[in-house]
Design a protein around this ligand. Structure first.
Ligand code: DON
Length: 413
């Protein structure tokens, strides 16, 4: 027997085949002339002579043979299945789509919707009307920090209402979910995001942390001796969720601060019902700043991926949000993330998501990752038209709907 077979000769299914596992993971087989040794050993193992070597068989040998086969099978799988193992979010979800599937879905969606001109930029914040309506970017970030991007991915747009998710998270980090639920609640309003009627009509008055009234109340819960201290804490927290420092877009802040009389009115109405927990106008100002934070579409997707990854930022590894708070956030996103469009969104797409009038939407796929889309023109409810279409397309193509058993790998017959 040659030297290279001497190190670990193993029998295969028949006595006359030897397999040797080599460093590369490849399996090499060679037929050998085998001669049976007539004497069986006491433990049920008999012997076979192969060339100059005696090799055991029987129960012990069979066990070795099964182990060997399993080992060989594993190596073959590792060699040939390396592609699918790089599936998106694979480390945390065994049913994540492959990278190739996700790339194809994103590319198709981009091509299908890039010329869609439906919707209109927000203009009640004057500077938003000036943003190029054709800007269009898509990003996916997975729970194992793979990144897929397409289109205008470097443009920094204002996060707007998407910020509300992360201020809700920060308030829960500080006060715990029960307190935030008691002080703000989590009831869909079925009304526009800036509705005064909802504040007057609803028993909680605040509705939920994603309508303007509930968001201003949420900001008022965040601790800080001064408004600046609160604001810096919020900005720092958003940066940790995104995995990099974020900045205020000053011209958005100035434009919104000059026109936010509606939000000031909401804060005074909340004061009437004892549902705001710090100075009303100061809270509106911090809220206006948080809405003016700039993000590009990949940063937004990473913020979503932190939620998908149970609160741990997939890029930095920092546990930014307590895992026990994640279900409260995602359930609020499903109920109220797209305002009075949330029911239709849950019906058609089935992913926790949040929109902002800056044109961004981020959708979270628990355990797998997040998809963010930026395209400024909005529908009547204030949700980006193209972003909704792209996310719906990709979610359907990749079986991501969290209400579908297919999303956890149950394909049916
Ligand atoms: O308070 C406002 O009106 C804006 N800063 C945020 C509104 C918003 O993004 C609603 N989103 N779809």
């Amino acid at each position: 027997m040659s030297r290279k077979y001497k190190r670990a000769p193993k029998f295969n299914s028949h006595l006359d085949t030897v397999s040797t596992v080599r460093g590369s993971g490849w399996v090499r087989r060679r037929r050998l002339g085998a001669k049976r040794d007539p004497s069986a050993t006491a433990d049920g193992t008999d012997c076979v002579q192969v060339g100059g070597e005696v090799i055991m068989r029987g129960t012990k040998f069979m066990r070795q043979r099964v182990q060997t086969r399993m080992f060989v099978a594993l190596l073959v799988v590792m060699t040939f299945v390396a592609g699918p193992l790089s599936a998106l979010g694979q480390k945390t979800s065994p049913v994540a789509p492959t990278r190739a599937q996700a790339e194809a879905a994103v590319k198709e969606a981009y091509e299908k919707f890039k010329n869609d001109t439906n919707g209109k930029n927000a203009d009640y914040i004057p500077v938003l009307a000036q943003v190029d309506s054709k800007l269009f970017g898509i990003a996916i970030v997975t729970t194992d920090n793979q990144v897929l991007t397409m289109g205008d991915i470097n443009f920094s747009f204002s996060i707007q209402s998407i910020s509300k998710v992360f201020s809700q998270a920060l308030a829960m980090e500080e006060l715990g979910p029960d307190k935030v639920f008691e002080k703000v609640g989590s009831e869909p309003t079925g009304r526009a995001f800036n509705s005064v009627f909802a504040v007057a009509d609803m028993p909680t008055h605040t509705g939920n942390p994603y309508v303007n009234a509930g968001a201003i109340a949420t900001v008022s819960l965040i601790s800080g001796k001064t408004a600046d201290e609160k604001w810096n804490k919020i900005l720092d927290f958003y940066g940790r969720v995104a995995g990099e420092k974020l900045k205020l877009i000053d011209e958005v802040y100035k434009s919104e601060a000059a026109t936010n009389t509606g939000n000031k009115a909401l804060s005074m109405l909340l004061a009437k019902y004892d549902r705001i927990y710090a100075d009303p106008f100061e809270s509106v100002d911090v809220y206006t700043k948080q809405c003016s934070v700039g993000v590009n579409v990949a940063q937004l997707a990473r913020m979503g991926a932190t939620l998908a990854n149970n609160g741990k930022n997939p890029a930095t590894g920092e546990q930014v949000i307590k895992p026990e708070n994640i279900p409260h956030i995602l359930s609020t996103m499903i109920m109220a993330g797209l305002y009075d469009g949330s029911g239709g969104w849950a019906w058609h797409v089935g992913l926790p998501a949040k929109s902002g009038v800056g044109g961004g939407i981020v959708a979270v796929v628990p355990g797998k990752g997040a998809i963010a889309v930026f395209a400024p023109p909005l529908d009547e409810a204030g949700n980006s038209v193209k972003a909704q279409k792209v996310i719906e397309y990709v979610a359907n193509r990749l079986d991501l709907n969290v209400f579908s058993p297919r999303s956890v790998g149950l394909k049916g017959e």
